[in-house]
Design a protein around this ligand. Structure first.
Ligand code: PLP
Length: 474
């Protein structure tokens, strides 16, 4: 904890500085909900401050909603505003407060065709009820349809190469668990999808990062990283990378696939957003696995259709299937039959649902982008050609403070640091365009109010420091 906190700001009352640092770690997602804070005594010793300082800092955190005291067992972190801490602040939680706009989660509501698909699935169930309902590899018809969709996208695939999972996250967990031995080096983009990083860490891999922004991947940097670190596995998101929105072109796919082949690195591709091109879906490059024989691909119906189906898949060389199914068996024994049927129904006539999804995202993206341009003109972003979010660069690193201020205006955001392998990214913020256009515009209006408040607090701080008073925001 002392290392995470770093040196406390000088001059300000020490308790304020300590409370501010802890709040920042919470906003960055580095301290999750219910994380036990060190005892006042040990914190005081570790930081070389008085115990009264720590007591006052904890009291301030409790008073401002960032901590809660537990009878007889110290003080623990509270993530203000919701119970999202348990889900890493990334998955939708229906907040009790309806006036809040939740931009913590880049996941859209179901496509309208879903209700009919569920009704159709329910009608099919009597035939299913006669069997056990266990399909460890997935419902055969769904495997067929997923394989056929890969073929349409330029990657010939047999149903025997497809394993249906409970969402892409389960697929990522499965692939990382199978491929990573404790201590193995694993390459991942930085920033990245936090739950992908969590899957790598859960498999006890050692992260090696490749910096990325909206401009995408740099082959020369990657090549030297591969030479230096020789990672055994790489986890990549070439299709509208979360959070930057970058799309890897076909020639870069070919080049990187060849580099990974030479370095003996097994690539796991998370293509959760691959169907979400907002420009020219026909111009999408073929899936990354079309460029490398041993690539493992993790896909999902969550973003294109609905996350509530909890249906995803792993596409892998057929010879790996038995190992994947074996690994899966220790975690779950298959996905819900009803949901697999519903997704099968949607995949059988996918174009109308996808067209609807893309049109909705395009409208929200454009509304969000227009609102940011007009109300937050000093923010910068590259308009992504697909995916689910704008990755914004703030003029200064005040993201964590902004997240706190935005919550007070009724918008829940995730600090950029949540997407960093090691936190940081205080000057970045992800704004998902998964809410309706009007909500997107209102969200930006509120964020702009928060932005103004944070900046004027900087101005006050500057004025104070010019007059010898202490800056509160380091
Ligand atoms: C890049 C990425 N991978 C995986 C997931 C998890 O998706 P699923 O709902 O399919 O488990 C998400 C969801 O946010 C995501 O953005």
């Amino acid at each position: 904890m002392a290392r995470l906190l770093g040196e406390l700001p000088r001059g300000a009352p020490a308790y304020e500085g300590l409370a501010a640092r802890i709040r920042r770690l919470i906003a960055e997602g580095r301290l999750g909900a219910d994380h036990q804070l060190p005892s006042e005594r040990s914190m005081a010793i570790a930081l070389g401050v008085s115990r009264t300082t720590v007591t006052r800092a904890y009291t301030e955190l409790t008073d401002t909603g960032y901590a809660h005291a537990r009878q007889g067992s110290g003080t623990a972190v509270r993530v203000p505003g919701s119970s999202r801490g348990a889900l890493g602040g990334l998955l939708a939680v229906q907040d009790v407060d309806e006036t809040l706009i939740d931009l913590t989660c880049a996941a859209p509501a179901a496509v309208p065709q879903s209700a009919a698909a569920i009704a159709w699935a329910a009608e099919q169930m009597p035939a299913q009820l006669r069997g056990t309902g266990y399909y460890p590899e997935g419902l055969p018809e769904l495997r067929d349809l997923v394989a056929a969709r890969y073929a349409e996208r330029g990657l010939p695939t047999s149903p025997g190469q497809v394993l249906i999972t409970s969402g892409a996250q389960a697929g990522l967990a499965l692939a990382t668990r199978l491929l990573i031995s404790p201590g193995d080096r694993v390459l991942a983009e930085d920033p990245s999808y936090p739950n992908a990083i969590a899957a790598v860490r859960g498999a006890h891999g050692r992260l090696v990062t490749h910096p990325i922004d909206a401009a995408g991947w740099d082959a020369a940097t990657l090549e030297s990283t591969l030479r230096r670190a020789a990672p055994s596995v790489a986890v990549l998101m070439p299709d509208f990378h979360n959070p930057t929105g970058a799309l890897m072109g076909a020639s870069m796919r070919a080049r990187l696939a060849e580099m990974f082949r030479r370095s003996g690195t097994t690539v796991v591709v998370d293509e959760s957003s691959a169907e979400l091109s907002l420009q020219h879906p026909s111009g999408m490059p073929a899936p990354f696995a079309a460029f490398g024989a041993d690539v493992i691909t993790v896909g999902s119906a969550s973003k294109s259709l609905w996350g509530g189906f909890r249906i995803g898949w792993v596409r892998a060389p057929e010879r790996m299937m038995a190992a994947l199914v074996g690994t899966r068996a220790s975690v779950d024994l298959g996905s819900s039959v009803l949901d697999q049927l519903a997704v099968s129904h949607l995949l059988r006539d996918l174009e109308p649902a996808l067209a609807e999804r893309r049109a909705g995202l395009r409208r929200s993206r454009d509304a969000l982008a227009a609102a940011v341009r007009s109300q937050l003109p000093s923010w910068q972003f590259t308009l992504p050609g697909g995916g689910l979010s704008l990755w914004c660069a703030l003029p200064r690193p005040y993201g964590p403070e902004l997240v706190q201020a935005a919550e007070r205006t009724g918008v829940l955001l995730v600090a950029g640091g949540r997407f960093g392998a090691d936190g940081g990214l205080a000057a970045n913020l992800r704004l998902p365009f998964t809410v309706d256009e009007s909500v997107a515009a209102e969200a930006v209006r509120r964020v702009a109010v928060a932005d103004e408040r944070v900046r004027s607090s900087f101005a006050t701080v500057r004025r104070r420091s010019e007059t010898g008073r202490t800056p509160l925001i380091a």
